[in-house]
Design a protein around this ligand. Structure first.
Ligand SMILES: [Fe+2]
Ligand SMILES: [Fe+2]
Length: 223
């Protein structure tokens, strides 16, 4: 596919995985906002579309341009990859971040009443949502897709997509609250580690949602 200003962000990310580096750098949402054209996405961010396209072209010309093309791999392999690269690690990471968020809130909550209580409650809501969401994918939707019933999975897929939006909103709120994960001067080590962990969670969730919304679900429906 040649990329034009009317290509959607989701298509570009699916067909040229390295382009997601450019999207990540400029905060262009390529998972839940993947249906917008690159032109619309750039305009919404006040970015120059042509220079973003040039930057993407630069990424694609890089010598390590060998990320897996999940838009071409068998669906079973894609599901295995989503489970191994995102679901399993989240099983450990979500409780670890909860422990840190609770600790930072307990120790510093009074000094940062505008930030830490809402941060903790937003995080706990996200964690619970994600755990239920992944359980539904693992127990209902993914087995349907593996059994070739993807075309009749419209209902479960639309529920998963709206849950992705809700997770995306929580991640956006966490980014706003933390001012883009800038570590405050007085932050202790746990606080630093929490900011770092939440920022990494955001990156992984964007990739995870992208693989489901823009690749797995449309391919399963069309299979
Ligand atoms: Fe998932
Ligand atoms: Fe999902």
């Amino acid at each position: 596919m040649t990329i034009s200003i009317e290509s959607t962000v989701g298509q570009i990310a699916a067909e040229h995985p390295l382009a997601t580096r450019t999207f990540g750098r400029h905060g262009i949402d390529f998972c839940c906002g993947g249906g917008r054209s690159i032109r619309e996405a750039c305009e919404a961010k006040g970015l120059d579309t042509e220079s973003i396209l040039e930057e993407i072209a630069g990424e694609l010309a890089a010598p390590d341009a060998d990320l897996e093309r999940w838009d071409e791999a068998p669906l079973n392999d894609l599901i295995d990859h989503i489970l191994a690269a995102y679901h399993r690690p989240l099983g450990e990471e979500l409780p670890r971040l909860e422990q840190m968020a609770r600790k930072v809130h307990r120790v510093h909550g009074e000094r940062q009443p505008e930030l830490l209580p809402e941060l903790l409650s937003t995080y706990l809501g996200l964690k619970e949502e994600l755990q239920l969401h992944m359980m539904k994918e693992e127990q209902i939707l993914f087995p349907m897709i593996r059994q070739g019933q993807g075309p009749s999975a419209e209902g479960p897929i639309s529920v998963m997509e709206s849950e992705h939006e809700s997770a995306g909103d929580a991640l956006k709120r966490l980014r706003e609250l933390t001012d883009g994960y800038q570590v405050p001067g007085e932050a202790c080590n746990t606080w630093r580690a929490l900011w770092h962990g939440l920022a990494a969670l955001e990156v992984a969730m964007h990739e995870h949602i992208h693989l489901e919304n823009n690749i797995l679900f449309p391919r399963a429906l069309a299979s």
